[in-house]
Design a protein around this ligand. Structure first.
Ligand code: GLU
Length: 418
């Protein structure tokens, strides 16, 4: 059983534990290590929002700017009830390692608002999105910090946020935010880039351990990333046998049709009880039989207990931080290959970076060109982290951390921060 005390640990503590782990395998300068223990800047804001009934509700929001040694801070904004100081800090640290591991010239940040978006009308959601930007506009900018979508924020929200920022500064600045609608400077592929990047990483991992294309896949979470990865993998010949969302887990060992499942979810609001499948309950997704497991929801879901029950041969972390460090150790002993989040879900920020380049030039690329560039970036990073894993005799996560932290440290030293 997991110990209650351990379960209390926040995501930021877990991210620091991962950093301490990498410190053991690479020679990390003490001065650098000390600076990597906390964000460079952390802002907490109150956002008063006029509700449709005339009352004012005050929401709490955050922006954590972890490290900008390699370039402007970069990272999404999450609208969720579980947003907390610890979560936002952890996510901003993970963004720092993510941009470094795929070698794009950006730092790491993250933002969030504590809100249940389902309780808000469209007008209230727009006022909250604009209010968040009014609260943080002084610390963001195309060359300072560039937000993007994350859990429960989407292109529409990015459109409102961009508009609010441009109204405040009085000129166009499309590069201040990525994941925008195409009509106002968004990039092709961005909508499914996180999933696409995960597919490229998954295929590299599958080659290493000899998994065939007809392999079975379990996906936890059927939001933007989860549903896109499901369709992309089905098109490639993988069999999606397990899918869950916050209401249930559906299982069919013959594989399910993702188009039909998406339509079903659109109609009913959830995947639960999808006809022709067995409903096993939301909590039981991660330990079902499947060759590949893709957690695509929130952090901290794979605890020690869950790790012991996992049957998959490979885990692809489409969510940020789904595996706690103690569970990682168990998975390593069980010889399960974990493709770490900072590579597996980096497709989103890579295409965000491409979006910024297109914004800076005012010239927009075709879908194929972006896909080729994305694939190249993921494959190169995969090879590099695999090399680090072999060289240090460690896990793929620690191989990725070694590479990322070395890159961030080098930039910090070159700036004279060492
Ligand atoms: N929210 C995404 C992530 O966690 C994308 C961030 C971005 O594009 O800046 O990687």
């Amino acid at each position: 059983m997991d110990k209650g005390k351990r379960r209390m640990k926040g995501p930021f503590e877990n991210s620091l534990k991962q950093l301490a782990g990498v410190r053991k395998i690479i020679k990390m300068d003490d001065n650098i290590y000390a600076q990597l223990q906390s964000p460079q800047r952390f802002l907490e804001v109150s956002i008063p929002v006029r509700m449709d009934n005339g009352s004012i509700r005050v929401f709490t929001g955050y922006r954590s700017q972890y490290n900008d040694a390699r370039g402007p801070f970069k990272g999404g904004i999450r609208f969720h009830t579980t947003v907390s100081v610890s979560e936002v800090k952890a996510l901003s640290a993970w963004m720092t390692w993510k941009t470094a591991v795929v070698d794009i010239p950006l730092g790491g940040a993250k933002g969030g608002v504590i809100v249940d978006h389902k309780e808000l009308s469209d007008m209230e959601l727009e006022r909250l999105s604009r209010g968040y930007i009014r609260a943080i506009y002084k610390i963001i900018g195309p060359e300072l910090d560039i937000p993007a979508p994350d859990v429960y924020t989407d292109p529409r929200v990015m459109g409102w946020m961009l508009d609010e920022y441009e109204k405040i500064v009085g000129h166009h600045a499309p590069g201040v935010i990525t994941g925008k609608p195409l009509s106002i400077g968004g990039s092709k592929v961005r909508e499914y880039s996180t999933a696409q990047g995960a597919v490229y990483a998954l295929m590299e991992g599958a080659k290493k351990i000899g998994l065939k294309k007809g392999s079975t896949v379990a996906i936890q979470g059927f939001g933007n990333a989860g549903s896109h990865v499901a369709s992309l993998l089905q098109d490639l010949g993988y069999k999606i046998t397990v899918v869950s969302d916050s209401t249930g887990t559906v299982v069919n060992s013959m594989g399910m049709d993702m188009k039909e499942l998406k339509n079903y979810k659109e109609k009913t609001g959830s995947v639960a009880n999808y006809p022709g499948s067995e409903e096993v309950g939301e909590k039981n997704c991660l330990t079902q039989d499947a060759d590949i497991l893709i957690p695509a929801a929130l952090e901290g879901v794979i605890t020690e207990k869950i790790a012991r029950g996992i049957k998959a041969k490979m885990i692809v972390e489409l969510a940020n931080g789904p595996i706690i460090p103690e569970a990682d150790e168990i998975l390593e002993k069980k010889n399960i290959l974990v493709i770490p989040d900072i590579l597996a879900n980096a497709g989103g920020v890579i295409v965000s970076y491409f979006e910024q380049i297109q914004n800076a030039y005012g010239y927009y690329w075709q879908e194929q060109e972006i896909l080729e560039k994305l694939e190249e970036k993921i494959k190169k990073a995969f090879d590099e982290i695999w090399e680090n894993k072999e060289n240090y005799g460690t896990t793929l996560r620690m191989g990725a951390y070694a590479l990322a932290v070395k890159r961030v440290s080098e930039a910090m030293k070159d700036r004279g921060w060492g």
